[in-house]
Design a protein around this ligand. Structure first.
Ligand SMILES: *Cc1c(COP(=O)(O)O)cnc(C)c1O
Length: 473
């Protein structure tokens, strides 16, 4: 290209100032600010220049570029500011899916958060005295109703609860744990590491598969501070095994004047066996069996916001609250608001009816199947017979960090599309809007409607229809 042609191209490039005066673009400035819009326009004009230099042709390219400009600019600005935290449809059938943000909150929790979010609150203010109060008072009355005679404390998550408890009760001293319970939960939470960071000294006893009471007893020395039991919430040891029951350990603790702590994990507060789900003892049972302190997450089976909860003997909780680390691990008003609303459901005996995670758990396989068939029919309506659907029995999972091996019978929807692999379909579903997370089983794309929330069914059917190239927008 000779320099004359290049000059000609550069002369025809639109001027930024002129573009900024286009009414639709002017409007964008009130949302995004003049500077951001100008920046985006510069980048777009630069792309145009490159295109013109490459193609050499001007009028056509320039016309096409100008026609769609406001729309493309709006899209570009929107994309740049788009949140990476977006809703997804969980069609995996894993109830407490840590990667998908664990438990969805109940509407009452959302309302309570909204009530306090945009205004000043009594977070740390005593209205009677007209002076500074303590955020530690929030949720206390509800915990008192759910765990009579015990004290409680709320921190950011269960990892923080364990760290804080170990540091408070066993700094520079020994904590005795069974080798079968030295768990890792989700990569970064490993009991031995948390122990070290809490400045406690880990004393392992027994073997991976068998630990006896005598092992604990023999390990107790002058520097022992705590007996710890950790719920093995993402694996099971089966076969030739022996574990010490909590009651036995608690009895030993009393005899030797040592507190017994249980890292329970899931925050299961109701008797799940009534729902046909395994033998996970609720937190209250652990306290009844003699645990002095129990720690658990607020966002697993409890069904509340991300938080860590410590419940137990008042004197231990008093020491825990006074630990300066508490300040670093404290929660904000939104967490208290959502947690209080969630706990209120338990205090009123309405948790099973009101909390999404427990409702999802209680859906019968038949009713999940009915939703699956309905979804299959809708997919058929949208795509003709371009998508194949099949209904088959299967299992939903409670999920890691809660009840790992616990399966709930369900009815699954398998979908396939001639000429496309299950992997391709799964990948396209994830790229959709809203993204759908599904699983692949025996080379089939599997959707479990159990974890698809009320009101998401139509979006799911449309997302599947889009796999067959059916546009539903
Ligand atoms: C989930 C879990 C944790 C970690 O809890 P977070 O709330 O994720 O910090 C610790 N211990 C056990 C036994 C758990 O199940």
């Amino acid at each position: 290209m000779n320099s004359n042609t290049l000059q000609a191209i550069l002369r025809t490039l639109p001027k930024i100032d002129a573009l900024l005066r286009i009414p639709q673009i002017e409007a964008l400035q009130s949302s995004y600010g003049r500077e951001k819009v100008t920046q985006a326009l510069r980048a777009m004009v630069e792309d145009l220049r490159a295109e013109l230099v490459e193609k050499g042709e001007q009028a056509e390219v320039l016309k096409a570029w100008t026609t769609g400009l406001p729309g493309r600019l709006a899209g570009k600005l929107g994309n740049e500011l788009e949140s990476s935290l977006r809703p997804v449809i969980n069609a995996t059938g894993v109830l407490v899916h840590t990667n998908l943000g664990r438990s969805p909150l109940a509407p009452a929790a959302i309302r309570r958060m909204a009530d306090v979010a945009t205004v000043y609150t009594t977070l740390e203010y005593d209205l009677e005295k007209g002076s500074r109060g303590s955020r530690g008072v929030h949720a206390q009355r509800l915990f008192g109703m759910i765990f009579p005679g015990r004290a409680a404390h709320v921190v950011n998550n269960n990892a923080a609860a364990v760290l804080l408890a170990l540091n408070t009760l066993a700094e520079g001293r020994e904590v005795i744990v069974s080798r079968g319970e030295l768990v890792e939960i989700g990569g970064s939470f490993r009991i031995p590491d948390v122990m070290r960071k809490g400045q406690a000294i880990l004393k392992e006893v027994g073997t991976t598969n068998r630990t006896r009471l005598a092992d604990y007893e023999e390990a107790i020395g002058a520097n022992t501070a705590l007996l710890l039991k950790v719920h093995t919430s993402n694996y099971r040891i089966v076969g030739f095994t022996a574990q010490v029951s909590l009651s036995e350990l608690a009895e030993l603790g009393k005899r030797r004047n040592l507190p017994v702590m249980v890292d329970q994990g899931s925050g299961n507060l109701v008797d799940l066996s009534e729902m046909g789900i395994g033998a996970e003892p609720p937190v209250a049972t652990l306290l009844d069996q003699g645990a002095d302190l129990v720690t658990f997450s607020g966002d697993k089976l409890l069904g509340g916001p991300q938080s860590g909860i410590l419940v137990g003997r008042a004197d231990l909780l008093e020491r825990i609250r006074k630990n300066p680390l508490s300040r670093a691990l404290r929660v904000d008003k939104l967490t208290y608001a959502a947690l209080e609303a969630t706990l209120e459901s338990y205090a009123r005996g309405r948790a099973r009816a009101e909390l999404p995670v427990l409702r999802i758990m209680q859906q019968s396989a038949e009713s999940v199947g009915e939703r699956a068939r309905h979804c299959a029919a809708r997919i058929g309506e949208l795509t003709g017979d371009r998508m194949r659907t099949e209904i088959l029995p299967g299992a939903s999972l409670v999920g890691g960090g809660a009840a790992p091996t616990e399966e709930i019978p369900t009815i699954l929807l398998a979908v396939s599309c001639p000429g496309k692999s299950a992997t391709e379909l799964e990948c396209s579903l994830r790229a959709g809007l809203p993204p759908v997370v599904a699983r692949i089983q025996e080379d089939r794309l599997i959707l479990d409607l159990r974890t698809v929330l009320d009101g998401q069914e139509e979006d799911l059917a449309r997302a599947v229809a889009a796999l067959a190239g059916v546009s539903t927008r």
